[in-house]
Design a protein around this ligand. Structure first.
Ligand code: PMP
Length: 373
């Protein structure tokens, strides 16, 4: 390097044969493929468990009015006080027990950043929600998996043995479970908490469609948290909003872990407004549950196995056919479902989200054609 009176002459830019000569992704991440649901341009999209309907009439107009009052040059309310108050009011807990973030995925990531990481273990039940294991690995934790038994059920004795042996820092229990749709027995909470010193995360992304909630198990002296989302029941997948209800000490550690001002002002306003439509949403949930029962019966009448569901989707078998071929044949008929056959323990299974009655009919007619071919 030559120095002149005016300072250091920068070296000419280094031209690289490949970026890999200089920097590579962490060894423990290079195998990850990333999580995505293939999006195909079809008219009936039943692959990502969203609400089939936009928010209720009036929502967008009212939100636009409220957005007009946002102080755009200022950072948003860092602790999202009003939103947390609205959520706390709905669940009859204190706002100090609520953490909010960009979708429940960011809530899960924050929990993992705070309580998992290198040298710690995370326990997942398979088949289950793929992001639990994925985010755990991204934060550097080791993932230990427990395979479900017949009918995708969890055997309590085997679960207790597995956890006592693995001693994970975090256990994920999804109820109703994605992608199987079943609610877990509520007793699993006590069994898990008694088996290891862990934080139990009950992922309730679909709880509004289910039979029970772990919310009444949340207390300051119990290591249990519940996560929820606005992406399904609340027709707000586009806005990215999720939350956690948990002991104050856990919530406090999450606020210290997450980035400052992570949740923008518009999302906060949208969440507050959504909670003004509780009755309308309960009505919609009831309609989806009715449709779920109708669709489930009709799939079964085609001779395919259907897992009883407490969520807004159904897991069904391809009946001995190649599941990926069934998926493609549905796409050819303008229907997109989720091909789960490559997931652990799900060879031969597909998942369909419950849509509007009209969308469900298109799906059922297409499936009938494929089965009768
Ligand atoms: N948990 C489960 C079980 C889910 O199925 C999903 C969405 N597919 C999420 C969490 C994440 O939801 P979001 O980030 O949209 O709130």
């Amino acid at each position: 390097m030559r120095t002149y009176a005016l300072g250091v002459v920068p070296a000419p830019p280094r031209l690289l044969g490949s970026l890999h000569d200089v920097i590579t992704v962490r060894d423990d991440l290079s195998f990850l493929s990333g999580y995505h649901s293939p999006q195909v341009d079809v008219s009936v999209r039943l692959n990502t468990n969203e609400s089939p309907l936009p928010p209720p009439p009036g929502f967008v107009e009212e939100l636009s009015k409220r957005v007009a009052g946002v102080a755009w040059n200022r950072y948003p309310d860092r602790m999202a006080d009003q939103l947390r108050q609205a959520i706390a009011g709905r669940h009859e807990v204190s706002p100090d027990q609520i953490f909010v973030a960009n979708g429940s995925n960011e809530v899960l990531q924050t929990v993992l950043l705070a309580y998992a990481g290198h040298g710690r273990r995370v326990a997942c039940f398979e088949p289950g929600y793929q992001m639990h294991a994925q985010i755990s690995r991204v934060v550097g934790a080791d993932v230990v998996t427990f395979e479900r038994g017949p009918d995708f059920a969890l055997d309590p004795t085997r679960v207790a043995e597995f956890l006592a042996d693995a001693q994970p820092s975090i256990v994920f229990l999804t109820s109703p479970n994605n992608p199987t749709g079943r609610s877990e027995p509520k007793e699993m909470i006590d069994i898990i908490c008694a088996s290891c010193d862990c934080l139990l995360v009950v992922d309730e992304a679909y709880a509004e469609f289910g039979r029970w909630s772990a919310l009444d198990e949340v207390a300051d002296n119990r290591p249990v948290v519940v996560t929820r989302t606005f992406s399904k029941t609340w027709s707000m997948a586009a806005a990215r909003l999720g939350y956690l209800v948990g002991p104050r000490a856990v919530v406090d550690s999450l606020w210290r872990t997450v980035l400052p001002y992570h949740l923008d002002a518009v999302t906060q306003l949208a969440g507050i407004l959504a909670l003004e439509y509780v009755d309308e949403m309960a009505h919609r949930v009831a309609a989806i549950v009715d449709e779920r029962e109708r669709v489930g019966l009709q799939i079964a009448e085609l001779g395919l196995e259907v897992v009883p569901s407490d969520a807004n989707f159904l897991l069904f078998s391809s009946g001995g056919r190649d599941a990926s071929a069934v998926w493609s044949a549905l796409v050819d008929r303008q229907v997109l479902v989720r091909d789960c056959s490559g997931w652990p323990g799900l060879s031969g299974w597909l998942r369909v989200t419950i849509g509007t009655s009209a969308e469900n009919d298109v799906f059922l007619n297409a499936l009938k054609e494929i089965v009768n071919e």
